[in-house]
Design a protein around this ligand. Structure first.
Ligand SMILES: Nc1ncnc2c1ncn2[C@@H]1O[C@H](COP(=O)(O)OP(=O)(O)OP(=O)(O)O)[C@@H](O)[C@H]1O
Ligand SMILES: [Mg+2]
Length: 238
């Protein structure tokens, strides 16, 4: 079986000179696939995302993209390789307009960004209506659309999202998940951390349950939703 397009393979590492937070953690995602990371608070989900994106010193293990070892690359260099990352917090420029936020996303590109912007506006029509408004004035769900839209402006092959539905209503969450599925259908790999574990696993091709920096359970979203142990410990029983 060949390796997935993006893989953080048996990653161990921590912050600065601190102890390891990740302990041999493996996360992978194929083209067009949605991979979801779930787990309790402090499990290391965001840390695993940062490790894959090059924001953490990976002391053991490796990150590979399309078979290439990118473990030593800076986050900027990874963006150049087609990776985009929406962090859990502070993921938009609140004092800039929606359109300026999208333009910032394209700063590494030298070609015309207008097509990408139209694609983002097709995906999230409300952003077109609000394009002249300061992003900080938008609702929580709309801000997350700006953050995802900004990441898409680099025309990535891999889109990494850390809790994209944090603080939004269930209806807005469902809508955002539908848009994320749409993005995956275009062939982009989606690697996403989610607090709404049950709903996220429903749309996941692959799910990873992390506990204390380790892989506790891995399987298809469906397998994990049906796994009695996963249900009991993470999905609130029954
Ligand atoms: N910048 C940092 N420097 C030092 N330790 C950190 C840093 N960020 C996180 N940690 C520690 O790493 C561990 C994992 O944190 P992380 O943010 O990855 O968890 P998480 O699974 O994303 O949690 P949450 O569900 O709350 O977002 C925690 O013990 C946390 O205190
Ligand atoms: Mg986190």
């Amino acid at each position: 079986m060949s390796e997935k397009y993006l893989i953080g393979d048996k990653m161990s590492g921590g912050y600065g000179r601190g102890p390891n937070i990740l302990h041999g953690c493996t996360i992978a995602c194929d083209k067009g696939e949605i991979a979801v990371i779930v787990g309790p608070n402090g499990a290391g989900k965001s840390t695993a995302m940062k490790a894959v994106f090059g924001m953490l010193d990976v002391r053991e293990g490796a990150v590979r993209l399309g078979g290439e070892d990118i473990t030593g690359l800076s986050p900027q260099a990874r963006v150049g390789k087609g990776m985009a990352f929406v962090p859990q917090t502070n993921n938009i420029f609140t004092s800039m307009t929606v359109e300026e936020n999208l333009e910032m996303g394209a700063f590494l590109r030298e070609d015309d960004m207008k097509d990408s912007m139209e694609q983002v506006y097709d995906l999230f029509p409300i952003l077109k209506d609000k394009r002249r408004q300061a992003a900080g004035e938008l609702s929580g769900g709309q801000r997350q659309q700006v953050a995802v839209g900004r990441a898409l402006m680099t025309q990535p092959t891999v889109l990494m999202l850390d809790e994209p539905t944090a603080g939004v209503s269930p209806i807005v969450m469902d809508e955002l998940f539908d848009r994320i599925i749409e993005v995956a259908r275009t062939g982009i790999s989606i690697l996403m951390v989610e607090q709404n574990a049950r709903q996220a696993l429903e749309i996941a091709d692959t799910g990873y349950v992390l506990v204390q920096g380790r892989n506790a359970h891995t399987g298809t979203g469906k397998d994990l939703l049906e796994d009695p142990e996963v249900r009991r410990t993470f999905l609130g029983g029954t």
